[in-house]
Design a protein around this ligand. Structure first.
Ligand SMILES: [Zn+2]
Ligand SMILES: [Zn+2]
Length: 257
């Protein structure tokens, strides 16, 4: 039996008892509350993005980069967001879990992914606004029908839900689903770097009658499941910047391709 098939079977046991989304080990209630659907052993197999990453596109490095000086990913490119931060590297089991969530349609894994995403709060720049308007990267309506849900929206909802506890001194988060995808293309994951850069251009549009709420200290926070080149989130940022005067536009993702 393939791993994927086993994961689907384990999905049937989501409610009780909870099991690890990767190895199917049963999880205690405490564990399930701390990190839903992931056992200690599998958590250790994840590779967090360390403290050192490109201060523009979030690409991880051995040492911190001043700006994007010499960044192999974004050096020489203009990105429309101020910065991007990712939580974990997309490899091995992390990648399989993300695939099970997105393509295996295992919606309950949104809880795990949204919890993993919380790691980005370690970047102090995310604490510099009063309110983030959270913009999930939209799917084309046709893709949404195929998949049944937009993984970025589910992640954003979980991320917002988890930061609602009053003892955490964090900016306020408000869902701001202001973009739509107007270009239907093949999945980014199937494209090479050059095509990825081209594929996203002109892909997004502002939804009709979207207004920015009044107030100071408001920034835009774009949420995606995986950031690879940063082109998708940059295109979203640029679409928003064409319509609004924005001081801060940042992007976050659970994983870094
Ligand atoms: Zn496990
Ligand atoms: Zn970079």
């Amino acid at each position: 039996m393939t791993r994927f098939r086993r994961t689907i079977q384990s999905a049937k046991g989501w409610v009780y008892p909870p099991v690890c989304g990767s190895c199917e080990a049963p999880l205690s209630t405490d564990r399930q509350l701390k990190l839903p659907f992931l056992c200690e052993g599998c958590e250790e197999a994840l590779t967090p993005i360390g403290d050192d990453y490109c201060q523009i596109c979030g690409q991880s490095y051995e040492t911190k980069m001043p700006g994007n000086f010499g960044c192999v990913n974004c050096g020489g490119r203009e990105l429309a967001m101020d910065f991007a931060v990712s939580a974990y590297r997309s490899s091995g089991m992390a990648r399989e879990l993300m695939h099970a969530f997105k393509y295996g349609k295992q919606l309950p894994l949104a809880r795990l992914m949204g919890t993993l995403l919380e790691r980005v709060w370690s970047d102090p720049r995310l604490h510099e606004v009063e309110t983030w308007l959270v913009v999930p990267v939209p799917l084309h309506p046709r893709r949404l029908r195929e998949r049944g849900f937009n993984q970025s929206r589910e992640l954003a909802l979980e991320f917002i839900r988890r930061s609602g506890t009053p003892d955490q001194e964090r900016p306020e988060l408000k869902l701001f689903p202001s973009l739509k995808r107007i270009k239907h293309t093949v999945r980014q994951a199937q494209l090479d770097r050059k095509d990825r850069l081209r594929n996203a251009v002109g892909a997004y549009e502002l939804k009709r009658s979207v207004r920015l709420p009044d107030g100071d200290g408001i920034g835009i926070l774009i949420v995606d499941d995986v950031i690879t080149t940063g082109t998708t989130v940059s295109e979203c940022a640029s679409t928003l910047r064409r319509s609004f005067e924005l001081d801060s536009v940042a992007a976050i993702s659970v994983m870094r391709g």
